[in-house]
Design a protein. Structure first.
Length: 92
């Protein structure tokens, strides 16, 4: 505790070091935030792509059978996109 008190008093005596550290912290935060955001967006896009790829692979036979039975193309697209939007909206 004595060491912590000495450190606190040291910083109180020399206030000129605190703003510089504060500004460097904010500068680091402003540089790191876009990198973190870009990483999150990239990982999210990769996850959505993987989900859609899996869905297309699983439903390929269903679409072929429905096409062979005479389903209209507009109806097929509506079915595919509505289920895809539902999955993406729920996150999986």
């Amino acid at each position: 505790m004595h060491r912590a008190l000495r450190r606190l008093l040291h910083h109180l005596r020399r206030p000129t070091t605190t703003p510089g550290r504060r500004y460097s912290y904010h500068r680091l935060l402003y540089l790191a935030a876009p990198l973190l955001l870009g990483t999150v967006l990239l990982l999210s896009a990769a996850g959505i792509h993987a989900l859609m790829s899996l869905t297309v692979t699983r439903r390929r036979k269903e679409v072929g059978i429905r096409t062979a039975l005479g389903a209209r193309p507009g109806r097929l697209l509506a079915s595919i996109f509505s289920r895809a939007a539902w999955q993406v909206g729920l996150g999986g």
